[in-house]
Design a protein around this ligand. Structure first.
Ligand code: G3H
Length: 236
């Protein structure tokens, strides 16, 4: 069964998601962009909550943090608590491997030792002025990444499937599998889109969602009902 990642923007959303069977809880501020970080005080609040032992269900989900685009990470990365297993930095504005590799290396050098950097590729890479997803996946493998996330940079209604063909997605999937990397699929995903793609062979290791578990789009509040639909019915 593929994993499920759900993005949250507040402590109460974290508690809502942590009470469900969700593998990864991702902290980001959806009102400010695709990978905008939340205020680090929320990181501390969650880290302290998990340190105190909370309950078993609250301990099971892994924690992920969005650190912004490109150099945004510099002002906050040192504050990331070691309780976060994953961190992500967007490649917006980085259109060559000569720029992307040093960025990844610099971020990794400043993350807690227990935090794994996840490579991010944007399906709408032209809008994000960055390298195409396949180039990012190949580079990620060369640099020893274990996980890649495919997302969309713009969040105005178009989905990953509006930017990439099924054949292009299958190529990314093959690249990830041959490289031994896990890949997560995001980008205004709905359960219906995920099901349709799954019937065509798209089987990511993780589905990553925000908008489709909210009441009225990704900037609105979480809907427990929509969240449970994803938990119980995502494909795979
Ligand atoms: O990491 C995944 C994103 O939070 C997905 O957000 P979205 O479903 O609103 O595109």
């Amino acid at each position: 069964m593929p994993d499920l990642l759900v993005s949250v923007r507040s402590f109460s959303e974290y508690q809502t998601v942590a009470a469900e069977d969700v593998g990864i809880i991702d902290f980001k501020e959806p009102r400010k962009g695709a990978l905008s970080p939340v205020d680090p005080t929320l990181w501390y609040q969650v880290a302290s909550f998990t340190q105190k032992g909370a309950s078993r269900q609250f301990e099971s989900a892994k924690l992920s943090a969005a650190l912004g685009e490109s150099d945004d990470y510099k002002s906050i990365v040192d504050q990331l608590p070691s309780e976060f297993q994953y961190a992500k930095v967007g490649p917006c504005g980085i259109d060559s491997k000569e720029e992307l590799l040093p960025l990844w290396e610099a971020v990794r050098a400043r993350l807690p030792k227990t935090t794994e950097l996840v490579a991010v590729a944007y399906a709408d890479h032209a809008a994000a002025l960055c390298l195409p997803p396949i180039e990012i996946f190949v580079l990620a493998h060369k640099l020893g990444f274990r996980r890649c996330l495919l997302d969309t940079f713009t969040k105005h209604g178009q989905t990953t499937f509006d930017h990439l063909t099924i054949d292009e997605l299958l190529e990314l999937q093959q690249c990830a599998r041959e490289s031994g990397m896990k890949w997560a699929l995001a980008g205004s995903l709905t359960r219906q889109l995920a099901q349709e793609a799954n019937r065509k062979g798209i089987a990511p290791d993780c589905y990553a969602v925000r908008g489709d578990v909210c009441r009225d789009g990704r900037t609105s509040e979480l809907s427990v009902e929509r969240l449970r639909n994803w938990v119980l019915n995502h494909p795979g």
